[in-house]
Ligand binder design. Structure first.
Ligand code: GLA
Length: 678
């Protein structure tokens, strides 16, 4: 509900209040647990500033515009006939759209108008973005989505996810001290270096307790989040498209719309933060979709050597153990025998598939599976027919040798002729073949951008290709991937049905990646494969590998041709089990019971929405002789209901308060429990 009293705006949903007041500009009054609207005028907090400073009591802007007077990090910096800009408030507008409410505030300046948009969702998530419309020719030097302020003088810690290839989404947390912390991407793709979200929490907040304020940006290109704590002790997050190498020119009447920053608040720690975001993402971000299919992917088994006979052998085994979707990864096209050649030549390699793809697809379908395929449309190998014919289609700066990464260049997909080529290629592939799944990869950063606008235009062009795919081929599901987990964020998830979190499929390393991934993104978008274990490691048991991969959308990436009959039977049993538990895991509520960061036991629990069923996976890393562990305390069950666990009946409150003993004793041992209301 949005209520307006004079110039004070109060956004309320769930147990959350967000309030600001508008004078010339908008200033935050409050963000946190619910407050009485009648108390808003009483919220002013005592400030202090020396006569040597500008009025720092005025910090906490909802959208600071650089005007030469205010020194907190601004959201907007514009060059027009003047260098600095002052806003005056004009009007506001309220709209309702189904379950969401939208408030738009309009401000005016000599050079442009500004609209601040607040979209309020029922569970308390607020989407914030802004629209700048030019009145004279202007150049945007920085145009962020929003500034969000913590309550006055709130001390906090900051949590975020850092990473690199094969180590994505590693959680990091530390006290926020005075100064600026920057999380960002400047390589054209969101990247694994940081994931575009941040959480600020009270000191000592944990999985089940403490206040947490969080923000996540929906954008698949260069992004930035600056968390600034001023010398006064106020903390705010400014976030949006990175102003690193950014410029955007607007002629009169032209507008620039920023991506949306989603913000939320939890009273009860990170677990509740994840619950809020998971349900929000499922309901409002992801395309409408059903349960994730158990897939088989050829990459780790055959790499670039995807030949029809071997793929058929793998498909036969995949179907035998219960896979529902067979995906041929890289290597099926052009002269793609390694990562050195062929990218861009999207015609079937006839040595590998003498009768075309349809031969394999028919076979896969006859086994009762769907068929999917890998593409990387945004890139090209210099050693390809496409590059030899159209070298100008790759991003390049005249006179500069373009930089190669993974032996490839990036295509300038903003060019109409490149868009046409890609639509032609994808259209032909999907029309001529019975394909219901595309793994869309992007295995290098963007470089050699000849103008700063290209960074943003690339993202726009990508979204328009994905929108076209949805429209033309609504039955085709998209998986987003970028050299592992370099493209996992809300911008991509608006088009993708699922994503690939990491090329690291080691089942133990994955526990850390999955812990970081699920902070904000739902389990049913997180694909996890059972493979041969990580490089240079002793192989983990198949049980352990399955339990780790069953924590998300299950896939198999192992070379099944090398599996013994006994191993195939183990796979069959686990996949059948996963299919029975799948609605609980994929659509239930996730509780992270024990974190791999904090000890040698990791445990996650999934509870069905009606709380009738639950599944627990627990993992022991290493055993030290004689160490005894307390029972595992569950969460989210009905206290007074009775639940059966392995034939024994407990009350919900016993399972949640006293816990259950797991008897895990061996190194890298795992356990899976099914819990059902009786
Ligand atoms: C990337 C992906 C892998 C695989 C390869 C193919 O590394 O993350 O899963 O698709 O590309 O080249």
């Amino acid at each position: 509900m949005i209520t307006i009293q004079g110039h004070t705006f109060h956004l309320q949903a769930g147990d959350i209040s967000y309030a600001f007041t508008v004078d010339k500009a908008a200033r935050n009054l409050y963000w946190g647990g619910a407050i009485g609207g009648e108390d808003l005028p009483k919220l002013a907090v005592e400030g202090f500033h020396s006569s040597f400073d500008p009025d720092t009591n005025a910090e906490r802007g909802e959208y600071p515009v650089w005007n030469g007077h205010d020194f907190t990090l601004p959201c907007l910096k514009v060059q027009g006939t003047q260098r600095v800009h002052f806003l005056t408030y004009q009007s506001h507008e309220l709209e309702k759209d189904g379950k969401t409410e939208r408030l738009t505030l309009r401000f005016d300046s000599a050079a442009f108008t500004l609209a601040l948009v607040y979209q309020l969702y029922p569970n308390g998530i607020i989407g914030r973005n802004s629209v700048i419309t030019a009145k004279e020719p202007i150049q945007l030097e920085k145009a962020f989505s929003a500034s969000v302020n913590l309550p006055c003088y709130q001390e906090c810690e900051v949590r975020y996810a850092v990473g690199k290839w094969a180590r994505e989404n590693q959680l990091q947390q530390h006290p926020m001290s005075t100064g600026i912390l920057t999380l960002q991407a400047k390589r054209g793709i969101p990247g694994p270096q940081y994931n575009p979200w941040v959480a600020l929490c009270e000191k000592d907040a944990g999985e089940t307790h403490g206040r947490v304020w969080f923000a996540a940006l929906a954008y698949s290109g260069n992004w930035a989040m600056h968390i600034e704590k001023t010398e006064q002790g106020n903390t705010h997050i400014v976030a949006g498209v990175n102003d690193f190498d950014f410029a955007w020119a607007l002629q009169p009447q032209q507008s620039y719309t920023t991506p949306v920053l989603y913000i939320g608040f939890s009273q009860d720690g990170y677990g509740a933060m994840s619950h809020l975001m998971h349900s929000f993402v499922r309901e409002h971000i992801l395309p409408p979709r059903g349960l994730r299919r158990v897939l088989y992917n050829s990459w780790e088994a055959t790499a670039f050597d995807v030949r029809v006979e071997e793929q058929k052998r793998l498909a036969q085994k995949a179907a035998q153990i219960g896979c529902e979707l067979f995906v041929v990864d890289d290597g099926w096209f052009g002269q793609r025998h390694s990562d050195k050649a062929g990218l861009g030549d999207w015609y079937v390699n006839r040595e590998k598939f003498p009768n075309g793809l349809s031969d394999l697809i028919r076979y896969v379908k006859s086994l009762g599976m769907d068929f999917g395929i890998w593409v990387e449309p945004e890139a090209v190998n210099p050693d390809s027919d496409l590059y030899r014919t159209h070298p100008q289609w790759a991003y390049h700066i005249p006179g500069v040798e373009p930089m190669q990464a993974r032996n490839q260049l990036s295509l300038n997909i903003t060019l109409p002729e490149v868009q046409a080529y890609l639509k032609g290629m994808l259209g032909k592939l999907l029309r001529e073949n019975d394909i219901t799944f595309l793994k869309w990869d992007m295995n290098r950063p963007l470089t050699d951008m000849d103008s700063p606008e290209l960074w943003s235009k690339h993202v726009q062009a990508l979204y328009s290709l994905w929108a076209w795919l949805h429209q033309e081929f609504p039955h085709v599901e998209l998986e987003t991937c970028s050299g592992g987990g370099g493209r996992v964020e809300l911008g991509s998830l608006a088009y993708a049905y699922q994503s690939w979190p990491s090329d690291n499929t080691d089942p133990y390393d994955r526990l850390f990646i999955q812990e970081g991934y699920t902070q904000l993104y739902p389990v049913d978008t997180m694909m996890c494969w059972v493979t041969e274990s990580g490089e240079g490691r002793a192989p983990r048991s198949l049980d352990y590998r399955f339990c780790s991969a069953m924590c998300g959308g299950l896939g198999i990436g192992a070379n099944l041709s090398k599996f013994t009959q006994e191993e195939l039977e183990v796979c069959t049993r686990w996949i059948a089990q996963y299919k029975r538990w799948r609605p609980i895991i994929q659509q239930g509520v996730l509780y992270r019971l024990l974190s791999p960061i904090q000890g040698d036991m990791t445990a996650v629990q999934y509870v069905s929405q009606d709380r009738h069923e639950a599944v627990v996976f627990a993992f022991l890393r290493g055993q030290t002789y004689g160490t005894l562990r307390p029972p595992l305390r569950l969460q989210g069950l009905d206290a007074d209901a009775e639940y059966a666990v392995n034939g024994t009946v407990y009350s919900g409150k016993t399972l949640c308060n006293a816990g259950i003993s797991l008897a895990l004793r061996r190194d890298f041992q795992s356990a899976a429990l099914y819990i059902e209301k009786v």
